[in-house]
Ligand binder design. Structure first.
Ligand code: 1HE
Length: 307
């Protein structure tokens, strides 16, 4: 079986010309994916299409692709080309990448929607604008590989929507979370109403939107917005280490976690259990799974130990 990317929307390439969507998962795990964490590896620049994206700084550390939001003068506010460039990356994932880290340049992760671009739109184009964000963020959530968001400073509005499309969120102590749409006279449009309540519940999101309440990093952790909080300045190291670890998993297992788990959670229990049985059978039938199981039974694999 060769699973494919979910997003059916064509790539919103910021560049003319065909964008080649890679096949995200092969039936055989690459041995590159099994290479151990190498903390001394340095970020390498990428070449080709991804190197031409001016709003993202893209580099690679072994199997991990690092995307830095690169518009610090505007606090990484998400303009239309910014959203298109993010989408382009996830439908043009370089061969051998097994996990992605997204972080922000400057003092803040992301100030959300570029408010200077919000002009009076007719209803049709406003819907299209929101759907463009949906397509890009779906390409992240249901894309080829797991994504770790590294958060610091402001993570607000569309910035929180972007973070919520990622699979793991690591915040440092400087991070704070808000949804100022209410104050701006608008509504979430980047998938926030679907994703954020799944992390912290409708009532907490309602509070943030109605009252303008801002959570600090610890409150974000307690609410379920982030899974890790580390001291200021350490989130990138932590996020990178997690991504390197994720990259050593069997690709089909990662695929199942990203694509099957959230869908099963949305299904009635009977449907979910049936979906689970299919996904479990697919995962354990890969040669990668067979090799890993054999390695454990022969005493060649790590045990699960208390950390
Ligand atoms: C921006 C934006 C932006 C900064 N769009 N230009 N998002 C918001 O409501 C958050 C608005 N931004 C802020 O509250 C603050 O800028 C921050 C707390 C994020 C950062 O403050 P600070 O003091 O570090 O920076 P600054 O001086 O406010 O901003 C620096 C520049 O970035 C300045 O431009 P400059 O030309 O005067 O230097 C700002 O105008 C610009 N800037 N944030 C445009 N967001 C799909 S729907 C999603 C809906 C939403 O995301 S609503 C939430 C929008």
């Amino acid at each position: 079986m060769t699973p494919r990317n979910d997003p059916s929307t064509p790539p919103l390439s910021a560049h003319p010309g065909p964008a080649t969507a890679m096949n995200p998962v092969t039936s055989e795990a690459s041995h590159a994916a099994l290479s151990p964490h190498q903390p001394d590896q340095l970020d390498q620049p990428v070449s080709g299409l991804l190197a031409t994206l001016d709003l993202l700084r893209v580099s690679r550390r072994g199997p991990v692709l690092h995307l830095q939001l690169n518009r610090p003068a505007k606090r990484n506010a998400l303009s239309d080309p910014f959203i298109q460039q993010l989408h382009t990356v996830f439908v043009n994932m370089p061969e051998g990448v097994r996990a992605v880290v997204i972080s922000g340049q400057g003092q803040h992760f992301c100030a959300g929607l570029d408010l200077s671009e919000v002009v009076a739109r007719d209803i049709g184009s406003a819907v299209q604008h929101s759907r463009m964000w949906h397509a890009a963020f779906d390409a992240i959530q249901f894309g080829p590989v797991p994504v770790v968001a590294v958060l610091h400073g402001a993570v607000v509005g569309g910035g929180l929507e972007l973070a919520s499309a990622c699979h793991i969120r690591v915040a440092d102590d400087s991070a704070y979370f808000g949804l100022p749409e209410g104050q701006r006279g608008i509504f979430v449009g980047g998938g926030g109403s679907a994703r954020i309540p799944r992390l912290m519940g409708v009532s907490r999101m309602t509070d943030l939107m109605l009252t303008g309440r801002v959570y600090d990093a610890r409150e974000g952790l307690q609410a379920g917005l982030v899974q890790y909080v580390v001291p200021a300045g350490q989130a990138l190291d932590k996020g990178m280490a997690l991504a390197q670890r994720i990259a050593t998993n069997a690709q089909m297992s990662n695929y199942a976690v990203m694509h099957a788990l959230p869908r099963i959670a949305d299904q009635a229990q009977g449907l979910g259990l049936f979906t689970e049985s299919l996904m479990a059978a697919i995962a354990e039938s890969t040669s990668d799974a067979q090799q890993r199981l054999k390695a454990f039974l022969e005493g060649r694999a790590d045990k699960v130990l208390k950390s």
